[in-house]
Design a protein around this ligand. Structure first.
Ligand SMILES: [Zn+2]
Ligand SMILES: [Zn+2]
Length: 263
């Protein structure tokens, strides 16, 4: 049987490449793709951060998670390991609980000032395309992995299930950051199940009330359930980025993004 973890990189690369091509052919925000030089520079900077995070994950964080799950398995720790359920039901429960955790972790990142210092790197992007999905500060990746160590083992999720979650989440996260032109009705239909570009664009608005909404990663259900769902029918009027960084150039290079938490 194929190990889902081995498919992570190919799935991510295929998702980003496909969406990049789709954005090139049919962009929602046409101005973002017109200036090819600016578009390429923006993509390379975001991809630079993504590459750093990928290396960090492979070199350190993956091994930490694997070690902790092996330990939890040996001692049969975790909610679902002890549950009298068939394996398929445990897997579905683990995927749902973990997606719910991703919602709350994201929401906590907007509330706790220390965490926001790192997470605002993702929000300081003044334009949105599929590469924004790669733009996270390595500090946020370390912090989210530390929290994940705890949650994965509290749930009693095994490594295959965690890798399966990532395989499902990666294309959806790439999709909802992308700049593809979607018919309004298609976006609306898909949005009943998963987070779409129209929904996530609101989360990247400079308006604080909009930034603090639409936290879901995969299922849109969590925002509806926990009262943070927000929609606006005029995505073209949304300004992306952060008002706390009025200088748009200072925090856009790789060095500037890395220094953002201390600014
Ligand atoms: Zn956010
Ligand atoms: Zn985002």
């Amino acid at each position: 049987m194929i190990d889902p973890a081995s498919l992570k990189l190919p799935i991510l690369a295929a998702s980003v490449a496909t969406l990049w091509l789709a954005e090139s052919l049919a962009p929602h925000f046409a101005a973002f793709v017109r200036d090819m030089r600016a578009r390429r520079r923006h993509a390379l900077r975001n991809a630079g951060l993504g590459l750093m995070n990928g290396l960090l994950g492979v070199a350190l964080l993956g091994a930490l998670i694997a070690g902790s799950v092996a330990l939890a398995d040996a001692y049969q720790v975790g909610l679902l390991r002890a549950a009298p359920l068939p394996e398929w039901a445990k897997a579905i429960a683990a995927l749902l609980l973990f997606d719910c955790w991703m919602y709350w972790w994201h929401r906590i990142n907007h509330v706790v000032p220390f965490l926001w210092r790192f997470h605002r790197v993702h929000h300081s992007d003044p334009r949105m395309d599929v590469t924004t999905a790669l733009r996270f500060h390595p500090g946020e990746i370390v912090l989210s992995t530390a929290a994940r160590l705890l949650v994965v083992n509290l749930i009693g999720m095994d490594l295959r299930c965690l890798a399966l979650y990532e395989l499902i989440a990666l294309p959806i996260v790439a999709f909802h950051h992308s700049n593809i032109a979607m018919p309004r009705r298609a976006d609306s239909a898909i949005r009943w199940l998963v987070v779409t570009p129209w929904m996530h664009w609101v989360h990247h608005s400079t308006e604080r009330a909009e930034t603090n909404s639409n936290y879901s990663s995969v299922l849109s259900l969590w925002d509806r359930l926990f009262g943070s769902y927000r929609f606006r029918p005029d995505p073209d009027a949304i300004r992306f980025g952060l008002d706390e960084f009025p200088d748009e150039t200072r925090h856009q290079g790789v060095a500037g993004m890395l220094k953002t938490p201390t600014d």
